[in-house]
Design a protein around this ligand. Structure first.
Ligand SMILES: Cc1cc2nc3c(=O)[nH]c(=O)nc-3n(C[C@H](O)[C@H](O)[C@H](O)COP(=O)(O)O)c2cc1C
Length: 167
């Protein structure tokens, strides 16, 4: 069954600090997801909710907070790019996790599908078309179909308990 099967008040069992701390025990990589708005403004954000979904067709997902400034642009975007960061890109990850700043200042980009900005440094870049949007509470889950892959096979940046690590 698909749907809101268990929409109970979770706060009765644990608080949000315990929930966040427990989630942070799950080791992830770090990505920057970019797109552009209808008037060609570049937007992007640091994301660690990225994951694989399907091999055939090739699908990935990530989730975006409804309160992020980029939210409306990603809801309207036909395409987006997921850049898997290398172990040397912790500062770039911090930059793209800020709000209310010009994240693309001093950053040279190439142009991808439908004019989306592509960073010059990454380990892997997946260019995707937006396929599905699903309600995810205070986030929306975005499923993308992978259209192109550029894989430079670099050592990854790792995120664990709120800190960056290398392998
Ligand atoms: C390591 C890391 C992972 C993050 N992952 C996500 C994520 O998966 N989804 C999300 O909405 N925000 C995530 N964030 C927070 C966003 O990067 C941040 O809220 C966003 O850049 C705000 O920018 P905006 O308001 O300009 O959109 C993450 C932040 C960090 C540092």
């Amino acid at each position: 069954m698909i749907g809101n099967m268990n929409d109970k008040n979770l706060n009765s069992k644990f608080d949000s600090r315990q929930f966040r701390e427990s989630l942070s025990a799950f080791v992830t990589g770090v990505t920057i997801v970019t797109t552009s708005s209808a008037n060609n403004e570049k937007v992007g954000m640091t994301v660690n909710s990225f994951n694989s979904v399907s091999l055939d067709p090739p699908l990935i997902l990530w989730s975006i907070g409804r309160d992020s400034n980029c939210f409306d642009t990603f809801m309207d975007a036909q395409s987006f790019a997921v850049h898997v960061l290398t172990k040397n890109q912790a500062a770039l990850s911090d930059k793209f996790a800020q709000t209310g700043v010009d994240k693309f200042e001093d950053i040279v980009c190439n142009t991808g599908l439908n004019g989306i900005p592509i960073l010059s440094d990454f380990s892997v870049c997946f260019q995707c078309t937006t396929r599905n949007l699903y309600d995810g509470g205070d986030h929306v889950i975005i499923v993308g179909q992978v259209e192109t892959i550029e894989n430079k096979d670099q050592e990854p940046l790792i995120f664990y308990k709120g800190n960056y690590l290398a392998l």
